[in-house]
Design a binder for this molecule. Structure first.
Ligand code: GLU
Length: 292
């Protein structure tokens, strides 16, 4: 099976930039004969009712998906097993650093700036015993590469730093970089289309997939929506959700289709028009109407 997917985090309503990314993910999948799957990444940042509204908005735009929605929270046992497997292989270590300590630590020699400096990598068992009394440990990957390369359909070869990334947070929640790899593979996703804020995360996810003997999907990272000031589009910018835009009299499909240079009326018509080569590579600047 081959499939594409959209995997929103249910932290609030989708804005028009998110909707456009979802449309592109659907078009890439459907136009290449793939299934299109929906996953709700509900391990973090969950707002009551948001997932249901996100799915309803996507359906309203004319997107459909195959099979039931996968709720990421149903997969925590599989996530824990993968951490255990990597640990058994000697590929993890417990980390007691706070976020602040990581940010403030001088970067280690031969490691890229901002990378985890290796503070807890080589603690002795006695030191770990001590530290466990202070706070619950996060689990990090013992990465044995500094960088990794993936191929992206829009960006070509992309190389980015890989450091000792977090696999399980101190509060026990499996980390995004792990769950995305495991859940995409579990769902048979072989095509990942998403916002280009995640472009530099793709190499570390591909590296992790390789360590876990999982196939690496193809990637297409599409431009984000920005406001007129060049910042990421956000709720405070005005009418940005499907409901708000419609209430303001905006034809949201026309807005999205126009931004992509499509002539047809909606996703079904755009299937024949999608040309990855011709897609804009620059951010989409949106000037939303004021909220009514
Ligand atoms: N839930 C993640 C997000 O919305 C998904 C990222 C991805 O597509 O890998 O940012």
């Amino acid at each position: 099976m081959s499939a594409g997917r959209y995997a929103p985090s249910p932290s609030g309503d989708l804005h028009v930039g998110n909707l456009r990314t979802a449309v592109l993910a659907w078009l890439f999948a459907r136009s290449s004969g793939r299934d299109f799957l929906m996953r709700v990444d509900d391990l973090d940042r969950v707002r009551e009712g948001a997932a249901e509204r996100q799915l309803a908005d996507l359906a309203t735009l004319g997107l459909d998906w195959d099979g039931p929605v996968l709720w990421q929270s149903s997969r925590v046992d599989a996530h824990a097993q993968a951490v255990a497997r990597l640990t058994d292989a000697g590929l993890t270590f417990e980390c007691f650093c706070t976020r602040r300590e990581v940010l403030e630590a001088p970067s280690a020699p031969h490691r890229p700036p901002g990378a985890y400096p290796g503070t807890c990598r080589d603690l002795t068992e006695a030191e770990r015993e001590d530290r466990r009394r202070e706070r619950p440990a996060a689990v990090r990957l013992r990465a044995d590469v500094d960088s990794w390369t993936v191929r992206d359909e829009l960006h070509g070869d992309v190389t980015a730093d890989v450091d000792d990334l977090v696999l399980r947070r101190g509060d026990g929640v499996p980390a995004y970089n792990l769950t995305v790899v495991l859940d995409d593979a579990h769902q048979g996703v072989d095509q990942v289309v998403r916002g280009d804020d995640l472009l530099t995360s793709a190499p570390r996810q591909a590296y992790l997939a390789t360590l876990l003997d999982l196939p690496v999907p193809s990637y297409a990272h599409v431009p984000l929506a920005l406001n007129a000031d060049g910042a990421r589009l956000a709720k405070r910018d005005g009418a940005v959700t499907l409901t708000e835009l419609r209430d303001a009299g905006v034809d949201v499909l026309a807005m999205i289709g126009g931004s992509l240079g499509f002539r047809g009326a909606g996703p079904q018509d755009w299937l024949d028009e999608l040309d990855p080569e011709g897609l804009p590579r620059e951010p989409w600047v949106v000037r939303p109407p004021a909220l009514g």
